[in-house]
Design a protein around this ligand. Sequence first.
Ligand SMILES: [Zn+2]
Length: 164
Amino acid sequence: MSEEFQDHQIRDVIKINYKYTMGGQSKFFIEVMKNKRLLGTKCKKCGKTWMPPRINCSDCYEPADWVELKQIGTIEVSTIVWYTTSAFIKAIPYGIGFIKLDGAETSLFQGIFSENLVPSKIKKGKRVKAVFNKLREGKMTDFFFVPEDEYDNWISKPEYEGGV
Ligand SMILES: [Zn+2]
């Protein structure tokens, strides 16, 4: 009788306290948290509007100014999430996608929720609007997008509200 080697394993939890800085993009997160505004940046030289914001234009490397964008946009590409981390497990299934806000030339990767989540609801070309959590922490998860025709239902829920 041969005994197969098995390594000895101990399962445990590592807890790490850390501080993450948003650096030059802090204004974006502060405006989401305090004022429910979505700020992009506009290049001072070429005029390209970035969302998510970039402090310097990634095309010509010139500084960019903060600009407020509309909270409505168009889905560029999306998928439905079935496997995720513990932070989002209660939300599955949910959509994620690249959304180009009106007035922006780049797309924001963000969650897309729907009361009736089927692929046709969140497909390319669909219009979506931003909904904000009432309790905001200055994180990307402070807001998400919903199909335009579901917006009024979402902002009438006690935990959410519309932007400005
Ligand atoms: Zn530029």
